[in-house]
Design a protein around this ligand. Structure first.
Ligand code: AMP
Ligand code: ZN
Length: 115
């Protein structure tokens, strides 16, 4: 379950420091080290799943929990009503740098349309 050399698995294990804003049995949310918006939180399943294309049937409930956590974290960060952007970068052309599935919760500014 814990992948050696995975930065986010190390954060889950407490082997790397992070600013955690939400945690439950399955999900962790922490501040992005290089924020691109006033609110920039990373939401991850504690389970090591490399990319969104690696999700299996057995992960369906876990992915639901991840989306529910996004709402909870948005509320906690004061952007629930204002709105926010939830982004997943998948694989090379998607710009994925860390191969442990995550959503970027971005908010606190006005975004334009995608693309
Ligand atoms: P992605 O391109 O979607 O894989 O984004 C990976 C994100 O992880 C980037 O926004 C990085 O700034 C962020 N990141 C990398 N290492 C850490 C870390 N140790 N703590 C917090 N955020 C990190
Ligand atoms: Zn991992």
């Amino acid at each position: 379950m814990v992948e050696k050399d995975c930065v986010f698995c190390k954060i889950v294990a407490g082997e790397l420091p992070s600013e955690i804003v939400y945690e439950d049995d399955d999900i962790l949310a922490f501040k992005d080290i290089n924020p691109v918006a006033p609110v920039h939180i990373l939401l991850i399943p504690k389970k090591h799943i490399p990319t969104i294309t690696d999700i299996e049937e057995e992960d369906a409930a876990l992915m639901g929990k991840l989306l529910l956590a996004a709402g909870k974290v948005a509320d906690k960060m004061g952007i629930f009503d204002r709105g926010f952007r939830l982004v997943n970068n998948c694989r090379e052309e998607g710009g994925q740098m860390v191969y442990h599935l995550h959503f970027h919760l971005l908010g606190g500014k006005q975004f334009g349309s995608v693309g």
